[in-house]
Design a binder for this molecule. Structure first.
Ligand code: ZN
Length: 397
């Protein structure tokens, strides 16, 4: 274990020193090793980073040039972070999955969708390709994926190496060093990448902004957040705006408020207090770009598509808690930059829930995402009644 880390760190440092993108080879089956050590449920139905790499290549080859696959950057341990782009429209939709490596369903759903949208000749799929530019970033935190855990694989010392101005500073609040029954961050520390974003996309880390807390912006100290930010900024430069940003996650097991029905998927479009409220006053400088109503309409589009599946688990859709103030999340930061933002949280994190209901949860994510894509492509999303957002049932937590 120790040797592998030392090797990986060296590769990573080399990459930084050389300033070029090259992929070191990493083939240690960390995932299997950890699962055995901590007795986690099997997760073989999900996709490993190696499988993702092969599958994207296959999708690209069979798409007749419709799907473009690029390496957008590298994780701290040197694994590729990909973009798969399909469509030539001027409405831009960015969708990412697995920023938490123990939340894997979204990657499966995204791959299926990119394949279908890229290769299917139905009028529906043709319309999506004509109206939208869909940029999928499946598995944006591959080091966490391989360890089946939330945090990436990076030490505070490595951060200070990258940003010497942080020498002597207390590590950021989202730095994990604990051990529990599932994983040992004491041996392999890491960061919650989904608290490393900042609405100022050009922010560079300042010692005064550490350790901060969850109600304050992040710093772009992790290569994973930097890569996602760079893709986002690149799209802004090319298209003017990233119209829609969707982030695919997992949550615990809950029921629909006032019922015994297990929640299949929770949605949300609200990640920071609105700027006209007292709590939201601090976000005033982003008020012109922030469009929470559009985020709510996108959520309604996803919700409606799932309700149309009839009386089934796909109807058990709720709102995620709404009183959030999380400017350090990708959703919070990108919403403040003018993207309609949608959170998907399917049931059950993989360290405890394993791959139960895998087919159903994958289908739920696909259905909700197609609801969003269709409504944006046709423009119908703008006709949806914003107030219907509040009719989506809450989650009993
Ligand atoms: Zn998550």
């Amino acid at each position: 274990m120790k040797r592998r880390r030392a090797l990986a760190v060296t590769c990573s440092s080399l990459l930084l020193g050389a300033g070029i993108l090259a992929a070191p080879v990493l083939d240690t089956p960390v995932q299997a090793e950890k699962a055995q050590e901590y007795k986690m449920p099997a997760i073989s139905g999900f996709i490993s980073h190696d499988e993702l790499t092969r599958e994207l290549d296959l999708i690209k080859q069979t798409s007749n040039g419709r799907v473009e696959v690029d390496v957008a950057g590298y994780s701290n341990q040197g694994r590729e972070i990909f973009t798969a782009t399909v469509g030539t429209g001027d409405k831009v939709v960015l969708i990412e999955s697995e920023i938490h490596g123990n939340e894997k369903v979204g990657t499966k759903a995204l791959l299926k969708m990119i394949k279908q949208i890229g290769s299917n000749n139905s009028p529906d799929m043709q319309a999506l390709r004509e109206e939208l530019t869909i940029v999928a970033m499946p598995m944006v935190n591959p080091d966490a994926t391989e360890r089946n855990r939330r945090g990436n694989d990076m030490t505070w010392e490595e951060v200070v190496e990258d940003f010497p101005q942080l020498e002597g500073t207390e590590p950021s609040w989202n730095y994990y060093t604990y051990e529990n029954q599932y994983w040992n961050y004491g041996v392999n520390p890491g960061f919650d990448v989904n608290r490393d974003f900042n609405p100022d996309l050009d922010y560079t880390p300042q010692a005064d902004d550490f350790p901060n807390d969850s109600s304050l912006p992040g710093w772009f100290i992790t290569p994973e957040a930097q890569t996602i930010r760079d893709v986002y900024k690149g799209l802004q430069e090319e298209y003017g705006n990233v119209d829609v940003f969707v982030d695919l996650h997992h949550q615990g097991e809950y029921v629909v408020e006032g019922t015994d029905d297990p929640v299949t998927l929770s949605l949300s479009g609200v990640f920071i207090p609105e700027s006209e409220t007292e709590a939201g006053g601090k976000y005033e400088e982003y008020a012109d770009e922030y469009n929470v109503d559009f985020s709510k309409q996108l959520n309604i589009a996803a919700y409606d598509a799932l309700q149309q599946m009839g009386n089934s688990p796909f109807g058990n859709i709720t709102l995620y808690p709404q009183d959030l103030d999380l400017p350090g999340t990708a959703l919070g930061s990108f919403a403040m930059n003018g993207s309609g933002a949608v959170l998907f949280e399917v049931t059950g994190q993989t360290q405890s829930f394993g791959q139960k209901k895998l087919g159903q949860l994958t289908k739920a994510v696909e259905t909700g995402l197609y609801g969003i894509l269709d409504s944006v492509a046709t423009g119908k999303v703008h006709e949806l009644d914003v107030d219907e957002y509040d009719d989506i049932p809450l989650t009993e937590r």
